[in-house]
Design a binder for this molecule. Sequence first.
Ligand code: GLN
Length: 205
Amino acid sequence: MSINIGVLSIQGDVQENLLSTKTAFDELGIDGKVADVKTPEDISQLDGLIIPGGESTTIGQLSLINGSMKVLKEKIENGMPVLGICAGMILLSRTADDRVVGKTDQPLLEILDIKLERNSFGRQKESFEAEMSLDSIGIPKFNGVFIRAPSVSDVGSDVEVLSKFNEKIVAIRKGNVIGTSFHPELTDDTSLHRYFVNLVNTSKN
Ligand code: GLN
């Protein structure tokens, strides 16, 4: 059965994720569709969702205003696989404080029992790339692109740590929910998108 993946297109790295997901479908030979989604109606049709990197305060506020926050939370809590990238992982978290300004009271989905430090590695000009590994999901080598990235400062007992960089947690998983501090859509390596497509495929078929 064909699978239907959406990329939340309120703000952020939408086109890059559409392209990486299309490439992953082709490489895996899986029959699937990927489209940008914005409204509660679009979101309710999905088998899987990518929440892209961008600016979590903007994505959260606008999703709240257009009514998407509620349906996102319901779908994900009912098992829809989701890949939250950078700002996307922030939105999935229960608590996210900024490294410099602390609490911001931004809207969050509060699905993952994790505490985040936003902008944990510094400002835009401190962006960097580093080699990571995500051994437990079969990705021994991955080039992590970090842009104003968060790190995970605390995880609940049911959250699996997938990767660390400089002692900071930068990728996690809880069941069908995956979060990364870095941007897989900004590399040519589609391993993480392939992993996600497979997860959506298995959970649907
Ligand atoms: N610093 C951004 C935020 O806190 C996230 C940056 C990103 O997604 N690259 O929302």
